[in-house]
Design a protein around this ligand. Structure first.
Ligand code: SF4
Length: 428
C-alpha cells in the first residue's frame, strides 16, 4: 500500500519513529546545531523544524541509531534550503535546520565552554545541574534501561555546574536565542535532587528572569513534599515527573533504581500534590510511548490529564549505548493513536496547552503539536479560540516571570526544616 503524504504532525511522528538518513548534499556541520549527547541521550539527534499552518513543530530526529540507517526518509540540501524526502512515495517536505547559537562557543567568565553548561532542546535551555545520576554508581548499576546519562555527564558536559556559569549561560540564551524557559534536571542524588537544584532556581529567577522548570526523583515519602512548596517560593514555575512507564511491573523492571529508592507511587503522589496547588497544566507527567502496549499508554495519559497536569510523551528511542538499544523503534500507527489521544485528553480536561510563550520541546511530541492529528471541525476551531484567549490572558503573568525579581523563598529554610524535624524526633 502506498504511503500518503504526511501532514506536519504525522511527519513529526514518522520521523521520530523512523529517523532520517543524511544525504551528502547536506552541510550540517556549518548549518545545524551539533548533535549533542547530553543527559539521558534522548536529544542525540538532528534538530529540525517542520513548518505548518497551525504551528511550526520542533523535533530532534534520530540519526545515529541503527534503525535510522534503514529510514525511508533522507534529508537533502537544495538551493531553496533543506528538505526531507520520502523514498516510499517521492514526497518532499521543506524543513528548517536551526543554527547553532553563537553563545555555544562562548566561555563564561570562569572559562567554562557555555555549551557544556546547558544546551537548547527545541527552544528551551536544558541544564543537568549536578554530578551524574547515582543509579549508575553501584556495583550493579540500577540505571533506567533507556538512559545513557552515566556516559555523558562529565564527558560531554561539565559534571558539577557552577551557579555563576549557569546564570551567565541562561542570560546569554535568553538575550541571543530568545529562551523563555530554563529546565533544571537531575537524576538520583540520594534523595537530595530537589535540594541540589534549589540554588540554581533562585539564582536564575533573581538574576536572569525566566520561566523555570524542575525535574528530579521525588521524595520517597510524603514528609518530603514540602520541598516543592519551598522550590515554588524560590521561583520554580513548573515541575515534571518522569515516571516513564504506567504499568507498575514495567516501571519496576526498566527503572530499577527508581523502583528501589522511591517506587512508582512516589511520582504519582508528588505530581498530585504539586498540581493540586498550582494552576492547571503547571505540572507534567513524563512518559515514554512505544514500549508498553498502546492501551496502557492511553491510560497513563488519562491519569495525568485527570490530575490536571499535561502529558509529555516521548516516543521511545533505542539510544546507542543504552541497555535498550536493540529494542525496535515504535510503530508509526501506534504513535499516531497515542498522540491523538493525548491532544483529545488535554482538551477534554481543559489543560491550557501551548499557553506559555515560545516553549517548544524537541524531544517529545508537544501536546499542541498533535492538533494536526484531529479533524478541523467547528469544535476544533472553538478550542483554538479558547486556547488563544487563555494565552492572551496569561501574557502579563509570563511577562512578570521573565523579569529578574527577588523571590520570597530562602535557601536556608531547608536546613531550618531539618533542624526542627530532628528536634521533633523525626528522621531527615
Ligand atoms: S534517573 Fe534514570 S533517566 Fe534519569 S539520569 Fe538516572 S538513570 Fe538516567
Amino acid at each position: 500500500m502506498s504511503v500518503p503524504r504526511r501532514n506536519p504532525g504525522e511527519l513529526e511522528i514518522d520521523l521520530f519513529c523512523s529517523g532520517v538518513r543524511i544525504d551528502p548534499s547536506c552541510t550540517l556541520k556549518d548549518d545545524a546545531r551539533a548533535i549533542s549527547r547530553t543527559r539521558a541521550g534522548l536529544g542525540s539527534g538532528l534538530e529540525l523544524v517542520i513548518p505548518g499552518d497551525l504551528k511550526d513543530l520542533w523535533l530532534n530526529v534520530p540519526v545515529e541509531e541503527d534503525f535510522a540507517a534503514a529510514s525511508p526518509y533522507t534529508i537533502h540540501r537544495t538551493d531553496a534550503g533543506y528538505e526531507v524526502r520520502d523514498a516510499r512515495n517521492a514526497e518532499r517536505y521543506p524543513v528548517r535546520v536551526p543554527q547553532e547559537p553563537g553563545w555555544y562557543r562562548g566561555r563564561t567568565s570562569k572559562g567554562t565552554l557555555m555549551k557544556e553548561v546547558g544546551v537548547l532542546q527545541g527552544t528551551y535551555l536544558g541544564i543537568y545541574v549536578s554530578n551524574s545520576c547515582m543509579y549508575w554508581y553501584r556495583d550493579n548499576p540500577e540505571n533506567c534501561k533507556f538512559c545513557t546519562t552515566g556516559y555523558n555527564v562529565g564527558v560531554n558536559e561539565v559534571a558539577v555546574k557552577d551557579i555563576d556559569d549557569v546564570v551567565e549561560v541562561a542570560a546569554r540564551a535568553k538575550a541571543e536565542s530568545g529562551v523563555t524557559f530554563v529546565h533544571f534536571n537531575t537524576g538520583d542524588q540520594n534523595g537530595k535532587g530537589l535540594r541540589q537544584i534549589a540554588p540554581y532556581v533562585k539564582a536564575v529567577k533573581e538574576r536572569v528572569g525566566a520561566l523555570i522548570g524542575v525535574q528530579a526523583v521525588p521524595p520517597a515519602t510524603d514528609a518530603g513534599l514540602w520541598e516543592y512548596d519551598w522550590l515554588r517560593d524560590l521561583g520554580a514555575d513548573h515541575f515534571s515527573f518522569c515516571y516513564e512507564f504506567h504499568d507498575p511491573d514495567v516501571f519496576a523492571k526498566l527503572l530499577p533504581g527508581k523502583q528501589r529508592t522511591v517506587g512508582q507511587r512516589a511520582f504519582f503522589r508528588a505530581m498530585e500534590y504539586c498540581q493540586s496547588k498550582m494552576p492547571k497544566g503547571a505540572c507534567s507527567g513524563e512518559i515514554i510511548a512505544g514500549v508498553e502496549p498502546v492501551d496502557v499508554t492511553l491510560r497513563a495519559i488519562d491519569y495525568i490529564t485527570g490530575v490536571g497536569a499535561f502529558p509529555t510523551v516521548c516516543i521511545f528511542r533505542p539510544v546507542v549505548g543504552s541497555d535498550m538499544e536493540h529494542v525496535p523503534s515504535p510503530r508509526y500507527d501506534d504513535m499516531v493513536t497515542v498522540m491523538r489521544h493525548m491532544y483529545v485528553a488535554c482538551r477534554k480536561a481543559g489543560i491550557p496547552i501551548g499557553a506559555a510563550p515560545n516553549i517548544e520541546v524537541s524531544l517529545i511530541v508537544n501536546p499542541d503539536d498533535a492538533q494536526y492529528l484531529v479533524p478541523r471541525t467547528f469544535g476544533f476551531q472553538l478550542d483554538r479560540l479558547w486556547l488563544k484567549t487563555v494565552k492572551a490572558l496569561a501574557t502579563p503573568k509570563f511577562a512578570y516571570e521573565m523579569k529578574p525579581r527577588k523571590v520570597k523563598g530562602r535557601l536556608e529554610a531547608a536546613e531550618e526544616h531539618d533542624r526542627a524535624a530532628r528536634a521533633a524526633g523525626m528522621t531527615v
